[in-house]
Design a protein around this ligand. Sequence first.
Ligand SMILES: Nc1ncnc2c1ncn2[C@@H]1O[C@H](COP(=O)(O)OP(=O)(O)OP(=O)(O)O)[C@@H](O)[C@H]1O
Length: 922
Amino acid sequence: MHQLAQAVTAGEGEAAQTRSVDEALTALSSSPRGLSAAAAAARLARHGRNELVHGRRTSLARRLLKQFTDLFAVVLIVASGVTFLAYFLGDPRDPGNVQLAIAILAVVVLNALIGFMQEYAAERTAEALQAMVPHRARVIRDGERVEVPAAELVPGDLVVLEAGDAVSADCRVVEAHELTVNNMALTGESAPVWRNTEPVPPEVSPPDARNLVWMGTTVAAGAGKAVVVATGAATEFGRIFRLTSQTTADTSPLRRQVAIMARRVASAAFALGLLLFVARLSAGGSLVATFVFALGVMVALVPEGLPATLSVALAIGVRRMAKRHALIKQLVAVETLGSTTVICTDKTGTLTTAEMTVQTVWAAGRAHRVTGVGYAPEGEVADPGPVRELLRVAAMCCDARLLPPSGRQGWRVLGDTTEGALLVAAAKAGLDLDAELQSAPRDGELPFDSVRKLMTTLHTRDGRTWAHVKGAPQELLARCTHIRGEGGVRALDDDARREVLAANDGMAGSALRVLAVATREVSGPGAGHGEAENGLTLLGLVGMLDPPRPEVVASVTACRDAGIRVVMVTGDYALTAEAIARRVGILRPGVVPRTVTGAELDGTDDAALQALLTENPDVLFARVKPEHKMRVVAAFKDLGEVVAVTGDGANDAPALKRADIGVAMGESGTDVAREAAVMVLLDDSFASIATAVELGRSVYQNIRKFLVYLFSHNIGELVPILAATAVGFPLVPLSAVQVLAIDLGSDVLPALALGTEPPEPGIMNRPPRSPKQPLFSAALVRRFLFLGCIQAVVVTTAFFWRIHTAGIPFAEFTLDHPVYREALTMTQAGIVICQFFNGFAVRSDRLSILRIGLLSNPHYLAAQGIALAIMCAISYAPPLQSVFHTAPLSLADWGLLIVLGSLVLVADEIRKALLRRKEAAT
Ligand SMILES: Nc1ncnc2c1ncn2[C@@H]1O[C@H](COP(=O)(O)OP(=O)(O)OP(=O)(O)O)[C@@H](O)[C@H]1O
């Protein structure tokens, strides 16, 4: 243990790089069997979890203080100061000014608190989401390969490295097969670098040492094993992490658009306030009163509650998507999702369940049926004799493991499910894999990659070494020179090739995924690709069923109705791809697809590819490599489409990055893919993408809803003030304190509730929104002007109706006149009532509220209940009456306001009915 402590305290990398593999393992008290579970637990307690503890964060107090330095806050603080001053300068002194000053300060404090809480909540959400993205490491413990959370790695752990894995700790390589790593995160160097197990002299600096791999880097290709030398903060990455405090700015265009709009409106408010100030002053108003009046106008127009509401709406969207298995890593993706026009999806696992079962084995010129479904090795292989050798070779060439039932779980596969199916079939044929591997242990491996589409293992028995190769049939067939038939091994002539291909097409045409299996003797365990994967003897083909996910058919239809094109881009064989595309509805019955293979793509330039995409609505890509996927994505983007693409492998990362929405698989994907993606599907299913698109559309719609809701009441607040100025009424029809009570009191919750609206009926029956369409489109502005103007007329009428019925000349009204106080209350209550009806109106642009359902958003009803309660308190509670200069309203007053206010909804219903009629006519 003492030795270990030394090894993992200082200079772990340097010490480890100079040692031989055995010395490195011994120094860390580890072995080729890895640590024991007990030793791992003890070390975890001693060294702590393998996590990067956040560096010193900005203190809470400082973060709170930061909220007061925002432009809005500063302006409001200055306004409040000036209002206080106005009280002392005023003659006579108006206590209303003190109240206003305090109210403005209260607004600043409230806004700062909301902003602070939101920032905090957003950070927590981000952390929680990050934690949900699975991050695992494969290690050898007690001689067994197991998966553990990466955070539980300890020094001495033997980790298994495969292409696409993120390296989760600093390690010394102890086994390497064509292993290359990408150190970009650490060194900025983008080209992959080779790793091997040879000791490196101490003068080589650790980052250059070829036998070390670092936390934060990724395995580019090949495979290997490495022993952990440092974890968590002790790693090189941890050191860098401590030095840089990380802040991730949210640069969502939506937020920017809203912020710009809010700023513009604020500037307009200041300009208008200034203009009115000058106008009223030159008409002979007193300096102080005019100033307070102008301030009221400004405050009425500034959309104080907007940024808070927007953040909450986006956060709600993210949370809803997470519940439906789609984790969004960047808020910006929520809005982009809604305008997705093309989804490029792979097949295995996304459209299909990836629960493979071998159904047919083609060997010695005949097909042999295999019965049973799932991973339970229960079933039979018809005539297993000729099949057994094929399944023995195939099963020995697998990394996956079959796990027997435990607890409530049945038979499972650890690792690749294609391989799992082979293991099950071998067991059904009566093979004892452990015994086979004992007599011919694996002593070399050329791992699978989706470019070669092959995997090879090397096995030695009695001094002779054999290569076991499995892979895509056409690729493997091209490397075979012989075939094993009924009469033994013979040369693979053209007839035999044709026979194999026909068998392959027969299986693929019935949606089976086909793998070919071959073998040959090689010179020794060191055989490379050139020797082991050429001159092979073909043993036969294995056809496995990968059933379509049942939920996918409905989702593909939903996407089509929503004007979204679904394009399959798969590594699998064309016929299998077509058969599955038909079963899930990507290809409609009777449609002959234009199937493009990776090889054809290589001979197609970008312009021709674009033409191909526009001219062939039923295009399908098969046998493609990751770089082809990237080209398809790029071509769609160049055509102006908004593209979502799925990917799981490490080499899918460029396509995921290039797409507007990179979608990685949470269950089967590699760490690299998950890092490159903006969305991670927890259940790997295509259906979750369709749901996320629907939710993305609904979030965008909801944002528009509350923007209309919030901006239209600004008109309702402003117009009465302008009208009073125009007709020479000496006092304001709505005080600044009242405006603030509406903007930050009664209107905030209903606006938030509109952000929780469920997707509107028919939301997926419309074409996607153009990404170029600005949030504040002409339609949106027209909409809030329409609703706002009706509201303005209602509110102005309510105020002047009360003033008029008193029959007193304007000039006689003073601040404390009871009729004026009642009229003030009418204005405020009028806005609250109008907003009640307005909220129902904005819930859909074209559908009647009766279709949407008056009671279908309980949050909205509750929020409006609170808003009305606030208004009643302001009207009837004496302490609030004195702050707001209000008076109790009679039932008749309320009745009048309800009748007038309902006009907002009635007028909008008429507009919608006309719109629908016009739509039906065209
Ligand atoms: N473990 C494996 N060993 C050998 N060959 C494999 C293995 N997995 C897949 N293959 C072969 O390589 C081909 C390509 O695999 P790849 O993973 O690129 O795509 P896919 O899984 O078939 O489809 P998709 O891209 O839709 O997920 C497969 O069709 C299969 O023939």
